[in-house]
Design a protein around this ligand. Structure first.
Ligand SMILES: Nc1ncnc2c1ncn2[C@@H]1O[C@H](COP(=O)(O)OP(=O)(O)OP(=O)(O)O)[C@@H](O)[C@H]1O
Length: 248
């Protein structure tokens, strides 16, 4: 379980996060939603240690990530998998090499153990036959799958995905969402996904947090999303639906 308490962040004179609380549970795919520039990515970065919040706590199964010693912080980091926007694959490495990279960097496993594990993860995301291909030779959806395989290769307890649907067509987006949600459930991972994709919210929104100008204005699930009495959320949903209509 991940708990965040009163996370605040200011850049210069601009307050980006105004004190955010939240709980993320194992087996749940929790979504952080909101318009552009509302602080979603900064919140995620505060959670994974890429940005230091000005105040607040980030607890990983009770361990305070911001105050534990360096060794414990490293140990928590090893329990995290991250799927970055745009997949962030190494262009000069094959698909298989990309997936095994965290094993090369962070484990003492033998060659065959690393190969087996990387191949197992590729199989889990449906790419068992693509290991020898280069990232430039595969589609955007396949790249996301490779990114997911790499993110889970170390058996993470916590999985973070920043806009996993960006640049994908609606059908591929749904498949990627479903894959993340299935893997989360299967391995009981605590998963946090940033999205502004309406389909994702309806499909995998078992727990949704809505950010607006650095504040958490609403929390709920896909069933209650469209029935809130929060005007900012309703406007966000309306704008999203309009955008979807225009894209058709
Ligand atoms: N390192 C930084 N220095 C200064 N300002 C920053 C920094 N990182 C983010 N910001 C600002 O913080 C605000 C929130 O950014 P953030 O990336 O969290 O938005 P977001 O909700 O993820 O939006 P989007 O959906 O467009 O990615 C923005 O105004 C951004 O310019």
């Amino acid at each position: 379980m991940i708990e965040i308490k009163n996370i605040a962040k200011t850049f210069g004179d601009r307050q980006v996060l105004a004190g955010i609380d939240g709980t993320f549970k194992p087996g749940d795919t929790s979504l952080i939603i909101g318009g552009s520039g509302t602080g979603k990515s900064v919140l995620l970065k505060c959670m994974i240690g890429l940005v230091k919040p000005d105040s607040g706590e980030v607890l990983y199964d009770g361990r305070n990530f911001l105050t534990v010693d360096l060794e414990s912080q490293k140990a928590i980091r090893r329990e995290m998998g991250v799927l970055f926007q745009g997949s962030a694959l190494f262009d000069s490495k094959t698909v298989l090499e990309n997936v095994r990279f965290p094993l090369d960097m962070l484990t003492e496993q033998s060659e065959s153990e690393k190969l087996d594990r990387a191949q197992e993860c590729l199989q889990r995301v449906g790419l068992e036959n693509a290991g020898d291909r280069m990232p430039s030779e595969i589609s955007g959806g396949m790249k996301k799958r490779v990114g997911i395989a790499r993110a889970i290769v170390l058996n993470p307890k916590y999985l973070f995905c920043d806009e996993p649907n960006s640049g994908l067509d609606p059908l591929t987006s749904i498949k990627i969402d479903q894959l993340i949600s299935e893997i989360t459930d299967e391995y009981k991972i605590t998963t946090v996904v940033i999205t502004h994709d309406m389909n994702s919210m309806m499909e995998i929104g078992e727990k949704i947090m809505f950010l607006y100008k650095g504040n958490k204005l609403w929390e709920g699930d896909s069933n209650t999303l469209t029935q809130s009495s929060v005007p900012e959320l309703n406007e966000f949903i309306f704008a999203n639906k309009l955008l979807r209509e225009m894209e058709k």
